[in-house]
Write a new protein. Structure first.
Length: 526
C-alpha cells in the first residue's frame, strides 16, 4: 500500500530545520511523481498512507515507541519508573544512561537529538503531503480533499504535541521548504494553541472508527485518537502555559468532555488486563491507537523486551537479548512489591524471581543455578555487585510471541500507544481537581476492580500512583510526574544539577541544531 517515499532532501531539512532545498530528486528506488499521483487512491497512498511508515521504526531514535534512544526513552528513563543500570562493563555508554537518571543531560545528549530529528522529519514529511494534496486537488472530490487534509493535519499536530511536550518552545515549521532565515521558535503556549486549533478543526472530518482493528482504518489517526490527544493537552495545559485556549470552559472540564466523547464511541476496559498486550491484540475493546505489528508485512520492531531480558532468559525463548532495563526501587514501592498489598499487575508487567521458559521449566544461569531476578537490587551502577546481571524486575507486559523472528523484535503484538484505561485515569484526575470526588472515585474504582484490587480513596497521589501501576512501560511517566510536580532525579550526587532549573520540565534544544541555526534560543537551565 505504501509505495512512494519522499526524497532525501526532506530528511536534511528535518535534521537542521534550515535548508531550502529542491525536492526534485529521482532516486532509482522510487517511482516517478507523475505515476505516483494519478488517481484519488494513489494520491492518498503516496501522501497520507505513506506517513504511517514512520509511527513505528526499526532503527535507533525512530518511531513513537518500539525502538531505543528516542521519544520513548526520554519519557521513561529519568522518571521513577525504569532504569538502565550500568552492569559492570555493560550499559555505561559514556555516561549516557546515568545522565538520564541524575537529570544531568546536556544539549549534546543523544536521546533529545534523536527525538528532535525524528519528530521534525515526520512533521516536514506531513507538510510535503499537504502540499501535494493541494497541488493534485483536481483528482479528489471536495469530501475526499477535506478528509485527506484533516488526517494529515491531525497527524502533524500529534507530532507537534510530542515535540512541544519534550522541548517546550519549538519552531512551527509549516512548509517542506522553509528557509533558515524564517525559522524562529514559538512560545510553548502558541505551539499548544496551534495543536489545539489543528485537532479541533480536523476532528469533525475524521472518521469515528476504531483504528486498532484490521480494516480500512487500521493504524490511522481517527477521531478517538485526536480526542485522546486533546484530553492530554487539556490535562497538561497548566504545564504548557495554555489554559486560555479552552476559553470559558476550564481545561479540567474540557479534559472530562473529551474523555466522555471517547467513551461514547464504544471503548471499554478489556475483561483481562493482559488482553491489551496479547500476541494478537487487535480485538481489544480498550486500545485506541497502536503501532501495527506483523512479522510478514511491517518492519516495525518491539525492542523493549529484547532490551530487558537477561541473556539466558531470552535464550530460553530462542532469542538473544541485551540484559538492560528494569524497574526502579521507587516503582517497586508503588506496586507494593513483596508486601501483602502487592498489586496484581506487578506480575503481569514484570518478571521477578525465578525465571521459567514457555513450557514451565526453570531457566538456569551460567553456573547451572536457577536464574532469578532480584528486583530490590536495582541501582544506577551495579559494578561490583553480586547481582550485576540479575538486578531489577524486567519488562513482561507484552506476551511472548514464540514465532517472532529477529530475536523476538518482529512480534505480532501491536504496540499500544493510547488506551481507554488512560482515559479513565485522566478523567478521574480532572474530575477530582475540578471538585467532583464522586466521579473521580467511580473511574478509579473501575481500574482497580479490573485489576482485582481493593478500592482506595481518589486522591491526586493515589491516582498518580495508579497511573504507574496501570501504565508502566507505556511511555507516560515523565509527563505524569511533571504535571504532579514530582519529576526529580532519584540519584543525586556531587554532579547532580539544581532541580529548580529547566531539567525538571523540558529537554535542551540539541547542540547540533543550535549550531546550525543561530535563530534558536536554548531552553533555561542548559
Amino acid at each position: 500500500m505504501l509505495t512512494f517515499l519522499p526524497a532525501g532532501c526532506i530528511a536534511l531539512l528535518a535534521a537542521t530545520i534550515l535548508c531550502a532545498c529542491s525536492l526534485d530528486e529521482h532516486p532509482t528506488d522510487q517511482i516517478a511523481e507523475e505515476k505516483a499521483y494519478t488517481t484519488a487512491t494513489s494520491l492518498y497512498q503516496n501522501t497520507v498512507a505513506t506517513l504511517y511508515n514512520y509511527i513505528g521504526g526499526s532503527e535507533d531514535g525512530q518511531g513513537l515507541q518500539g525502538t531505543c534512544r528516542g521519544v520513548y526513552d526520554l519519557q521513561t528513563f529519568g522518571s521513577d519508573e525504569a532504569i538502565l543500570p550500568t552492569r559492570g562493563g555493560d550499559w555505561y555508554d559514556g555516561g549516557l544512561w546515568q545522565a538520564m537518571y541524575k537529570h544531568t543531560w546536556s544539549a549534546g545528549h543523544d536521546l533529545p537529538k534523536n527525538a528532535w530529528l525524528y519528530l521534525y522529519k515526520v512533521i516536514v514529511l506531513s507538510n510535503r503531503s499537504l502540499e501535494k494534496l493541494d497541488e493534485y486537488r483536481h483528482l479528489l472530490t471536495t469530501d475526499e480533499a477535506q478528509a485527506y487534509q484533516a488526517e494529515v493535519r491531525a497527524l502533524r499536530a500529534i507530532y507537534y504535541y510530542y515535540l512541544m511536550d519534550l522541548f517546550g518552545r519549538v519552531p512551527l515549521v509549516l512548509s517542506s521548504e522553509t528557509p533558515m532565515q524564517q525559522v524562529r521558535q514559538s512560545n510553548r503556549a502558541d505551539v499548544c494553541r496551534f495543536i489545539y486549533d489543528e485537532l479541533t478543526t480536523a476532528l469533525p472530518l475524521l472518521p469515528a472508527e476504531n483504528s486498532t482493528q484490521p480494516g480500512d482504518y487500521y493504524g490511522r489517526v481517527t477521531r478517538p485518537v485526536a480526542l485522546f490527544v486533546l484530553a492530554k493537552l487539556a490535562l497538561n495545559s497548566t504545564v504548557y502555559g495554555c489554559t486560555a485556549i479552552f476559553g470559558s470552559d476550564s481545561p479540567l472540564k474540557a479534559c472530562i468532555g473529551y474523555c466522555n466523547q471517547i467513551e461514547t464511541l464504544g471503548y471499554r476496559l478489556a475483561t483481562n488486563f493482559e488482553d491489551n498486550f496479547a500476541v494478537y491484540n487487535e480485538t481489544s475493546p480498550e486500545n485506541i491507537w497502536t503501532i501495527p505489528m506483523d512479522k510478514n508485512l511491517y518492519r516495525n520492531q518491539q525492542q523493549n523486551l529484547y532490551r530487558s531480558y537477561h541473556y539466558r532468559h531470552a535464550a530460553a525463548y530462542g532469542f538473544t537479548a541485551e540484559n538492560g532495563s528494569c524497574a526502579t526501587r521507587s516503582a517497586l514501592d508503588i506496586f507494593g512489591y513483596a508486601t501483602d498489598q502487592q498489586d496484581s499487575r506487578f506480575d503481569k508487567s514484570y518478571y521477578a524471581g525465578i525465571v521459567y521458559d514457555l513450557n514451565g521449566n526453570v531457566v538456569v544461569d551460567r553456573t547451572g543455578q536457577p536464574l532469578a531476578y532480584v528486583p530490590e537490587a536495582a541501582d544506577i551502577d551495579l559494578s561490583g555487585s553480586p547481582y550485576v546481571e540479575v538486578a531489577g524486575a524486567r519488562m513482561k507486559k507484552y506476551a511472548v510471541d514464540k514465532n517472532a523472528p529477529k530475536d523476538g523484535k518482529l512480534m505480532d503484538n501491536d504496540i499500544v500507544l493510547f488506551r481507554y484505561a488512560d482515559v479513565l485515569l485522566m478523567r478521574a484526575e480532572a474530575a477530582l481537581a475540578d471538585g467532583d470526588a464522586t466521579s473521580a472515585q467511580a473511574d478509579l474504582d473501575l481500574i482497580r476492580q479490573r485489576a482485582g484490587m481493593p478500592a482506595i480513596p481518589a486522591t491526586l497521589k493515589n491516582i498518580l500512583d495508579e497511573r504507574l501501576r496501570e501504565l508502566a512501560w507505556e511511555g507516560w511517566r515523565r509527563q505524569d510526574q511533571i504535571r504532579a510536580g514530582h519529576y526529580r532525579s532519584l540519584y543525586t550526587g556531587a554532579d547532580a544539577i539544581d532541580e529548580s532549573d529547566g531539567h525538571t520540565s523540558v529537554f535542551p534544544i540539541p547542540a547540533d541544531v543550535m549550531a546550525l541555526n543561530t535563530n534558536l534560543q536554548q531552553n533555561p537551565g542548559y
